[in-house]
Design a protein around this ligand. Structure first.
Ligand SMILES: [Zn+2]
Length: 286
């Protein structure tokens, strides 16, 4: 056999293999998993997108399952939160459909947020959240409605400087650390209008009179697909539960209700009921 003929045969053989491969791939409709960033810090989130399947994929991260939501381009998406107290290290996101399963390795890094020592006014010392506020806030923040209501960049809900960051561990009047700061504090004068960061639906209006001793007057907005936001320590609430709000619509005013040392807005952003850093949303589009 001449070298020329051998080369021709090899070429044909390679072409045939490639062709068969392409056919096989097309007929099994392979799952495409997109995870643009596989390293995140505590208090951030992974964006996972799956395409190539018409049925809803199942998704797990750290033994917990997360709903994936259908996007206009017919892909499936989830923004998976990394809880602020997650131990730094290697983990995997597991994605499963009827006929395939993929494990994507990811890494969680420490965010090194410090301990914040807070002195409270003696009249507000020892105040514990009531069962009413705990249950109503938790339930509202876990809202997962399938329609994505938010579009475009998220707004900062109030003008003013950020007086406290997300994720700081907290000690009240020298007591041991039991919690961390699940949002950012925006310092602003009493009565400053508070606006919805994005389009959504009001799922909670809670007041001091109803037992919101720690949170103060509180609003929670559901933005769809597992994203909710909370606005705490409000002076006035100017919306009603279950009404729709547009991005930038006034929902209340900055106040000093609940556990609060001075007039400020506590703004929290939650994915599937887990708090993530609001700074990841302000001015950003998802
Ligand atoms: Zn706060």
């Amino acid at each position: 056999m001449s070298m020329h003929l051998l080369r021709m045969l090899l070429l044909l053989y390679t072409a045939a293999v490639t062709f068969t491969g392409a056919i096989a791939a097309a007929s099994t409709n392979p799952l495409q998993v997109e995870l643009p960033e596989t390293v995140k810090k505590q208090g951030e989130f992974f964006t996972v997108r799956v395409s190539g399947t018409s049925s809803k994929p199942a998704l797990w991260f750290m033994e917990r399952s997360y709903s994936m939501f259908r996007q206009p381009d017919s892909s499936w998406r989830a923004m998976v939160p990394v809880e602020n107290l997650t131990k730094p290290g290697s983990y995997a996101l597991r994605i499963k459909t009827e006929n395939s399963e993929q494990k994507v390795p990811v890494q969680v890094k420490a965010n090194n947020r410090k301990i914040q020592y807070i002195k409270l006014d003696p009249s507000k010392q020892g105040l514990k959240a009531t069962e009413t506020e705990k249950l109503r806030v938790k339930t509202a923040l876990q809202t997962e409605s399938p329609e994505k209501l938010y579009t475009g960049a998220f707004l900062r809900p109030s003008p003013g400087r950020t007086s406290s960051l997300f994720g700081l561990k907290r000690s009240y009047n020298g007591a041991p650390v039991e919690s961390y700061h699940k949002g950012i504090d925006i310092s602003a004068p009493l009565g400053t209008p508070v606006k919805s960061t994005a389009k959504g639906r009001i799922v909670l209006c809670g007041t001091v009179n109803e037992g919101f001793r720690v949170h103060g007057n509180t609003v929670v907005i559901d933005h769809g697909q597992g994203l909710t936001t909370i606005y705490m320590h409000l002076h006035a609430i100017t919306v009603k539960e279950w009404q729709n709000v547009e991005k930038g619509e006034v929902i209340g005013t900055v106040g000093h209700t609940g556990i609060s040392t001075a007039p400020h807005l506590h703004w929290g952003t939650y994915l599937y009921g887990t708090s993530v850093d609001p700074q990841l949303f302000e001015g950003k589009t998802y």
